[in-house]
Every structure is written in structure tokens, then in C-alpha cells.
Design a protein around this ligand. Sequence first.
Ligand SMILES: *[C@@H]1O[C@H](CO)[C@@H](O)[C@H](O)[C@H]1NC(C)=O
Ligand SMILES: *[C@@H]1O[C@H](CO)[C@@H](O)[C@H](O)[C@H]1NC(C)=O
Ligand SMILES: *[C@@H]1O[C@H](CO)[C@@H](O)[C@H](O)[C@H]1NC(C)=O
Ligand SMILES: *[C@@H]1O[C@H](CO)[C@@H](O)[C@H](O)[C@H]1NC(C)=O
Ligand SMILES: [Ca+2]
Ligand SMILES: [Ca+2]
Length: 573
Amino acid sequence: MIKSVQWVLFLSVLVAFAACNAPPVPLDDISIEKTFVPEQCVRAVKVGDYVRYHYIGTFPDGKKFDSSYDRGSTYNVYVGKKQLIEGMDKALVGMCVNERSLVKIPPQLAYGKKGYGDLIPPDSILHFDVLLLDVWNPEDGVQIKTYHTPSVCTRKVEVSDYVRYHYNGTLLDGTLFDSSHTRMRTYDTYVGIGWLIAGMDQGLLGMCVGERRFITMPPSLGYGENGDGEHHDTYLIDIPGQASLVFDVVLLDLHNPRDGITVTNQIVPDSCTRKSVSGDFIRYHYNGSLLDGTFFDSSYSRNHTYDTYVGLGYVIAGMDQGLIGICVGEKRTITIPPHLAYGEEGTGSKIPGSAVLVFDVHIIDFHNPSDITEITVTKKAEDCEKKTKKGDFVKYHYNASLMDGTAIDSTYNYGKTYNIVLGANQVVPGMETGLMDMCVGEKRHLIIPPHLAYGERGVTGEVPGSAVLVFDVELISVEEGLPEGYMFIWNEDVSPDLFSEMDKDNNKLVEPSEFTDYIMRQVNEGKGRLAPGFDPYRIIDNMFFNQDRNGDGKITEAEFKLKADESASHDEL
Ligand SMILES: *[C@@H]1O[C@H](CO)[C@@H](O)[C@H](O)[C@H]1NC(C)=O
Ligand SMILES: *[C@@H]1O[C@H](CO)[C@@H](O)[C@H](O)[C@H]1NC(C)=O
Ligand SMILES: *[C@@H]1O[C@H](CO)[C@@H](O)[C@H](O)[C@H]1NC(C)=O
Ligand SMILES: *[C@@H]1O[C@H](CO)[C@@H](O)[C@H](O)[C@H]1NC(C)=O
Ligand SMILES: [Ca+2]
Ligand SMILES: [Ca+2]
């Protein structure tokens, strides 16, 4: 054990002796040992390039005479322009960024016989441990390398456009100096009008939303000779002087302040007789997304249409415009620049400032508060003697749906007609109108606005609020009503002896049963008529009640006369 240690020591002394005393091995030329070669070399240094590099200068014995690290900044210089010792000018050519080499330079390619002041003795061989960090050429412009192209690109960035993008900014050696991600928001700016460093102003032009590219620029188009230390609070590191910059950019949004809305992907139904105008009330479904496809909201998620007036400022300006001139059933994509949407502020957590919004809309229905029931006769009656009027008792079939075709109800489901007295508020006002002046056998198509149907509230589970209704009706039968205000009329002259005819048991009182029997008999014999469509017994009870002035359940002859003399009410005999 001991022996071998001595052996090692002895050897090392020998080597040291040789290094000190033997004359240096004469070098004709520089020698380069590459100690690190990066996987990729985008560009090798050429004569005339400008480089930034770190180095440690030592003598062959290891003694350090200089180091850029000690000065805390890279050495920046043109290559091949005799600004460096000849050996260095040679050694740097062909180097790649991030490459590290040990360069040995003989004195004739360094400081020669003279040496350099006190620092470099005459005839010194110099060793430089060099790490190349940056290379550019004064001829360089912006270099753009797109590495992801979106499948659709309807528009490319032009001068004076406003863009939102994410980026990572690195130096050429990969050192990250800034990223929009660290601020967790996009970088939002005008392009091409000097809001950005020149390299970005140029490098963003022609970009599509969704595109990803590397934008590489020389310092003249970046932060120049002095770099940038002013953004200390936002940047991860200061940008050194004379540094090339590489921005990895993904474009998320793009518009021009002069933009209006755009309408695309229109699918207009074949039959469109009416287009929305300002002041209409629209019910529609929508999917909302940002320009890069990020979804932010949908009416479908609420299972409810979005309902609003259009053109009156109830919605964002772009939507107010985009919903004009639209048909029921139409689908369209409305793209809205931020100044017609939520502006520079954005809204909520999902719509960033200056965001362009894309709405895919589907119009379910619309109406105007001044609309009346729209009646279209779809089948005329063969012969029509009488047309329906107020008070008539009508029987009809209907199929009801919403404007988008959703079925709501149909009499065919119940296998029987729907029966009403017209004008008696038994159906919604729009339906009353729709069934007037109609002939038996006639068919009509009715479009009823919500204010003449179920209003803003609708019918839970059946009719949505503010829905326009569509009815196809067929009139099956009509029973003519009595003149307005009458519930019973005589077809013939009234018997002069009415009271005694009613008072069957002759006790000088008309009891309810006597009254009812009598009226029903007149109706059955065709001498009198009750208003159709109502419960006859309720009408008769009502008549009795009117006649029985003192409310004792019996009508006396005096009560009978008194009532007959008045003739103010119609429900009398
Ligand atoms: C920037 O870096 C982040 C985080 O490493 C990465 O998710 C993103 O894709 C990079 N590129 C861009 C253009 O944001
Ligand atoms: C919407 O309707 C679907 C299916 O009927 C249901 O699963 C969902 O919970 C509803 N969403 C809301 C917000 O009501
Ligand atoms: C909204 O998105 C849903 C789900 O992708 C889709 O079914 C619906 O048709 C879309 N609506 C419109 C108006 O584009
Ligand atoms: C209602 O729909 C049924 C079945 O589609 C049809 O046979 C009938 O004619 C329709 N009625 C009206 C009044 O349109
Ligand atoms: Ca009696
Ligand atoms: Ca009485």
C-alpha cells in the first residue's frame, strides 16, 4: 500500500518537472478540443459575424490570466476582423451557440515575442476555455420559423392590427428572459406601428391565429447595444447588450380597430318570409368562443335560449348588429371585435381584455311587440254559409308547435276536438283572433306572438317564456252563439202567462225545480235557446238567482213582474 503511494507521488513530481523545465511543445497552429457540442447547430460562426462568448484564459500551467466570468459579462466582438488575437479569430469560426471548446493558441497567433504588458509574458502559449453564447451578422434581418400552422386561417396579421399572443423570450443560448406565462396573461399590442421592438413588429406580420413560430432577431432589431435592464420587475433576467433574441410565439387573437362584425357560415332556411329588425325580440341559442377556439359560454349549458330585444342596446353592440336581418331558424357565425364586445377590460374570468368573440347562433324565433296574430288560410271551406263570430261555440282540431318545429300539443293526441265559446276568454287572445270569421272545414296556419299567447312566463314544461307559437287549426263545427250579452233567448213570442205556466203546483211561488224544468222544456221544444258552450244548469241557476230578488229561493209573482219591468239585465225572461 505504502509503496504504491510513493510510486504515484514520484511520477507526479516527474511530470511537474518536465512541464516546468522542458521547452513548450512548439505549436504551429491553434488546437481545439471540443468539450461540449450541442445537439443542434442552427448556425456556425462565420468571418464577419458578431459573437458573444464567455472565456477563461490560462497559461499551460493552469494559471489564469483573464476571465469574462470575473467581469460578469460576455466578451462581444466581430470575428475575423482583427479585433482579436489571430488564434482566437480562427478558433471562433465554425463554432456553434452553446458549444464549448478548449483552444490552445501558440504565441505567434497570440501576443508573440512581445507579450502583453504585465499580463502575458513573451512567447506565451495561451489556453482559452470558450463558451459561445450568441452569434449574429449585421446583415441579419428577422428570421421566422413557423412550426405549427393551423388548419384554417382566414386572416393574417397586418400592420396596425391588434393582437393577443403568448410568448417565451429567450436568448440564443436558450436562457429564458421573459414569458407572458409568468404574468398569466397574453401580451396585447398593436403590430407594425412601433409599439414593439422592431423585430417583433416585423416578426408577427403574416401570422394566423393558432400559428406558432420562432422569431429570431439580431440586437439591432431587439434591444441593441445596451440591452434592457429597465424591465427588471417583469423580466426574469436583464437582456444583455448586443444580444440576439428568440421569441417563441403563439397567436391567440387578432383584429383591427377599424373592424366591424363579420357574419359567416350562414345557413338560411328555405322559407324565410321575415327578417329581424331593430326592436324585435329574439330567442336564440349560441355557443361563444374566443378566436383561438377557447369556449367561454353557451346557452345550451343552461337549457334555455338567450332572449333579448335587438338593436336597442340590451346586448353588446356587435350582437345587436349581428342579429339584425336574420331569419327564424337561421344559423350564423358572428365574429365581434372587442370594441363592439367587452373592450379592453374583458369581462368575468373567461373573456380577456381586447378579445375577439365568436358566436355561433341559432335563431329559435323572434317577434315584435307590435305583432298581431298572423293568419294564413291553408285550406278553404267548400261552401261557407256562416263565419264564426263572438259568442259562437266552436269545435276545432289543432296541432301546436314552436317556431323551430318542436311540437307542443295536439288535439289528435286526445282523439277529440277542442271546444270553446269564442270571445269568452277560454283561449289565449291570439287564438281567439285566429278562429274568428272562419268557416267549418277551413284550415288555418296561425303564428301567435307571445304577448297574445303565454307571455314572458310561458307554461312550465311546455311553452318557453316569450315563445312564438304556431297553430295549425281546422274548424270542425260551429254552434251559433246568442247576441252579445244574452245567455238565453226566446225563439218565439213569450207566453203572456209565463208565471202560472211555471208554477206547476200552483202555490203562487216558482221554486228552482219548476223554473229549471220549464226552461229546459222550452229549449227542448225549440221555443228558447241557451248560449252554447256553457253548462245549461248553471245558466238557469243564474237566471233564477237574478229573478229571486230577496234571495229566499223562491220567485213570487211580484218579484217576477218587477224584474220584467226593469229590462236592464239580459239574463231575465
Ligand atoms: C412557452 O413556455 C410554456 C411553459 O413552458 C409552454 O407551455 C408554451 O408552449 C411555450 N410557448 C409559447 C408560445 O407560449
Ligand atoms: C339540461 O338538460 C339536461 C338533459 O335534460 C340535464 O342533464 C342538465 O342537467 C340540464 N342542465 C341544466 C343547467 O338545467
Ligand atoms: C353548439 O355546440 C353544440 C355542441 O357542440 C352543438 O350541438 C350545437 O349545434 C352548437 N350550436 C350552434 C348554434 O352552433
Ligand atoms: C295535425 O297533424 C296531424 C298529424 O300530422 C295531421 O294529420 C293533421 O292534419 C294536422 N292537423 C292540422 C289541423 O293541421
Ligand atoms: Ca210553485
Ligand atoms: Ca223570492
